[in-house]
Design a protein around this ligand. Sequence first.
Ligand code: HEM
Length: 405
Amino acid sequence: MPLMVSTDLESFSLAEPPPGFVDDPYPVYARLRDQRPVHALGSDGWLLTRHADVLAAYRHPAMSSDKQAEFAPRLGVGTPVYEHHTTSLVFSDPPRHTRVRRLLMGALNQRAIARMEAPLQAQVAALLEALADQPAPDLIEHFAAQIPVEVIGNLLAVPPAERGPLREWSLAILSALEPRPADAVLARASAAVQEFCACLRTLVAERRRRPGDPEADVLTRLLQGDAEGELTEAELLHNCIFLLNAGHETTTNLIGNGVHALLTHRAQWERLRAEPGLIGSAIEELLRFESPLQLNNRRALEPVTFGGVALPAGSFVTLGIAAANRDPAVFADPDRLDIGREPNRHLAFGQGAHACSGMNVARLEGRLAIGALVARWPRLALAGTPERDRRVRFRGFRRLPVRVR
Ligand code: HEM
């Protein structure tokens, strides 16, 4: 592709990526992996693109997730969006991280996940029937985005009537994490944090008055704390917001990207249709092939070495999940979609101490949504030009027009 050949690899930046990158970042990632696997991003630090280096960074004890230093100049200390992101467990180190994660993992137990399955199946079936009545069905708006909001809404028991703004809040808050967010984006993100907190305060007060079953009710569990103590009010609110955000945008994109990939690789769609038992490995492959979260970040607390390059203490390091997931050193023929691929050591859910706490929730949603879609509408096809989300961190579609027959 000529665009990619003319790309100056040395000056490649995620903040101002070259034309065409958002549509198809993989050729650039392949060249970086090959020629500049530890790539200097100027004042933005370093980008790792090889699977081995990304994995090593996830597991390195000196690689911090605390983002206060990084977010202070970008988000503004004291703004609601700064407070939110720096209080959530994903951007914290021990001891806060350990405490919040333990509580959350206890709440996202097998029993809580098993309870999601029946209502989720019913919701998916209803959405699939309703697709046929849509004059212009959009797989994102009318299907993919509906599912996670209900799952997380159920998990935290947000009353159905109050779920309307969750998606917009989530999108606004996460957009502040792009490499160079505009002032208007930051203002919208802070407003969304405040509105979200107000909604949660009411829920929390209600749950304090009438606690649920802590074995199955996530909010009750988070409220009760454990032997090590309780979460502060700010920790509770911001981690609930984080749970909604973490589980929402990413899973919408797993479903949207997954369906798009299958429709544009029709033989794989037909294969799944013929062998529905492949749904488990299909979801893993779709997570690898079009990872919903393409980048993670860390900061080196000590001097570290990745791929033979020594980085000084304080270095910001971007972990290229999407690039690692196409690394030929780990995945044979990595640009080929193969829904039966095994083993599949993808890094779509991260690794190490911060590995995704909701991965089994996401897998369940992906399996039920895509499995049922292929079975119900086997002739599903794209109907018009999909509209891609233009962000580099979250990969997905804003609109995915389809026809069901
Ligand atoms: C396809 C969907 C999903 C993808 C691709 C995804 C991806 C990730 C990744 C890569 C991380 C690691 C972040 C880091 O190391 O800095 C992460 C963390 C996390 N995810 Fe997910 N996620 C998904 C769905 C979910 C769902 C459904 C939930 C909740 C129900 C969830 C909750 C979390 C939480 C709480 C963390 C933070 C864990 C920690 O810091 O210890 N995620 N996710």
